[in-house]
Design a protein around this ligand. Sequence first.
Ligand code: GDP
Ligand code: IMO
Ligand code: MG
Length: 421
Amino acid sequence: MNTILVGAQWGDEGKGKIIDVLTEEADIVVRSQGGNNAGHTVEIGKEKFVLHLIPSGILRKGKKCVISNGVVIDPVALVGEIEGLEKRGIKLANRLLISETAHLVLPYHRKLDEAREIRKGRDKIGTTKRGIGPAYGDKAARTGLRLIDLAQPKVFSAKLKARIEENNAILESLGGEPLKFAEVEKAYLEAGKRLRPFITNTVVWLHRQLEAKKRILFEGAQGTFLDIDFGTYPYVTSSNTTAGGSCTGSGIPPHRMDRVVGVMKAYTTRVGEGPLPTECAEVSDMLHAMGREFGATTGRARRCGWFDAVATRYARMVNGIDDLAITNLDGLDSLKQILVCVAYECRGKKLQYPPNDAEELLHCRPVYRKFAGWQKSTSDVRQFKKLPVNAQKYLKALAELTGAKMKIISVGAQREQTFQA
Ligand code: GDP
Ligand code: IMO
Ligand code: MG
């Protein structure tokens, strides 16, 4: 059984937590797109881990983890993440594999990301400033550098020199500081040396594992509405965050994928700019007052709102979601009444799916259905039947409106606060 797990909303749905749970039934966990813009949280007892590039499956003993070709890697950040985990007793030797064809995020990508955001002013995307857009831009423009280059220091240095010269000119035209070649070269060659034992041809390795009937779990990063093709463009990230990204980002063909799990919160959040039709200040204030919904990568307060079934319906369609994992139900425990957006009203028309133009989305008004709250803590519940009846009704409605099977419910950040629906 090979499973793709994707975010069905705007990211931060609780993918890390659900991956940690599902890893029990997998042999290998693969990250196939995005970079260290991702922040996946796993809480085990008193320990809290936030993973950015390394698959969340690394926290389960003996499981193998792969960062495959579709990921953009900042090697210095990755070394930092590896060392951070090793310091906490997580062994990575012979457990982590990194694709030699994954593209590098270089310091000029980060600087360009920042400079372009400043230049955009009020129209900024609100990126994580990790250089993700410029790195994927170079990949598409065929001017990127890859891990395979880093393994050949002379080749790498020559290519880097040319790239830095060109990018310094761009940076200066944007009012940024130029980079010093020697500093970048040293830092990257050092990181490359440290990463060498992990770097391999992950396509061939993964196919060998398939032949050996190993079970692979694909850990999606970001969410459907941050997808470069299906998201609220231009307020998106620069990769395919939807199910298809797992195939192109790993070299595993579509017919080897057995199911798609969509993770969604029982409400909606988004971090960064861009339309969010069900955004609601009261929901944001309530969740922030509880100390939750602050970004795992940048610490920014996430924008919050009611559950948007128009969005998740589209996510089900684009990803082919079979099963749903619904997280953060406990966030709604105190409410007397809960709203769910079942359609959009846009210029006199009722829409079942979101319009493709982000501008048009600004004109969409959610059509809400009201649900009675349960006003009882769900954090200690471990069985669907033991949930308050109104919570059961609410969850069933979310699954029905989305159009997929409800499989996993999460009522807290801890590993144990999870059960089958
Ligand atoms: P990811 O990017 O999809 O992995 O999600 P993040 O880790 O960025 O954000 C999800 C946040 O919600 C993290 O702080 C998790 O620890 C937390 N979380 C996940 N599921 C639940 C849940 O059911 N209840 C509560 N209270 N927190 C949860
Ligand atoms: P995980 O995997 C939530 C958002 C940024 C910004 C937009 C573009 O933890 O769910 P980028 O730096 O990628 O160019 O930023 O995408 N974004 C995320 N939001 N969760 C994420 O990852 C995100 N990764 C990027 O906030 O709006
Ligand atoms: Mg996150």
